[in-house]
Every structure is written in C-alpha cells, then in structure tokens.
Design a protein around this ligand. Sequence first.
Ligand code: HEC
Length: 105
Amino acid sequence: MRAPIRRLSTLIVAAGLHGSPAFAADPDHGADLAKRWCASCHVVASEQKQASADVPGFAAIARRPDFTPEKLAFFLLDPHPKMPNFPLSRIEAGDIAAYIGSLHQ
Ligand code: HEC
C-alpha cells in the first residue's frame, strides 16, 4: 500500500528539482549530513582516510559521466537494496546531491 505513494512523491520531488534552474540547495549542509550519515561506508571528503572497501567514494561518484545532482537526489529518495534507508527529506537529499556535485572540480 505504501510503495506507490512513496513512488509518486519521489516523482513529484524529481519534477520539482528539475524545474529549478538554480537548484537552490545548500552544499555545506549537505557536507554535514554526508559526514554524519554516509561516512561510515563512503569516503565523503578528501581528508577522510577510512571507509568500507568496495563502496564508491563521493568524488568518484561525482566524476561519473552520467552524474547529475537531480539524479542523485532521486536515487537518495528511492529505497536502495545495499544501503540503509535514510529518512531524508527532499531538501536534505538535494543538499547532499549538491555537495557531491561540488566535489566534481
Ligand atoms: C551501510 C553502508 C552505507 C552507508 C551508510 C551509505 N552507503 Fe551509499 N552505498 C553503499 C554501498 C555498499 C554502495 C554500492 C551499491 C552497489 O554497488 O550497488 C553504495 C552506493 C552509493 C551510491 C552510488 C550508487 C551507484 O549508482 O553506484 C551513492 C550515490 C550513494 N551510495 C550515496 C550515499 C549517501 C548520500 C549516503 C548517506 C546519506 C550513503 N550512500 C550511505 C553503502 C552505504
């Protein structure tokens, strides 16, 4: 019963993210969230030394040719089998996506 509702809200979120040219997200807040929630498995910042083996670092994710912050936020709001399900709001997902996007320099 709940899955279709969640999928619908994800679609609405993705549409909303797509519509905003400035993508008004806060990468600094995203960095805080990433360090708190993602750093146990992913290398989330260049100064980080330890994470799980076989888990892609965020800088590597940002360098993928098909990376976009919109797609990443969409991914974060959708359940993913190998990752714990985070109770991220669409704002938080957008902030983390913007942070990861900012690593692509
Ligand atoms: C419990 C460990 C764990 C935590 C915590 C975790 N991840 Fe992951 N993540 C993984 C693993 C394992 C993969 C590789 C999945 C695969 O190969 O399908 C992955 C893959 C990814 C990918 C890439 C998916 C792809 O297309 O290859 C992204 C983006 C990602 N994680 C973002 C995050 C973010 C953002 C957070 C924090 C909110 C987070 N992860 C927290 C384990 C974790």
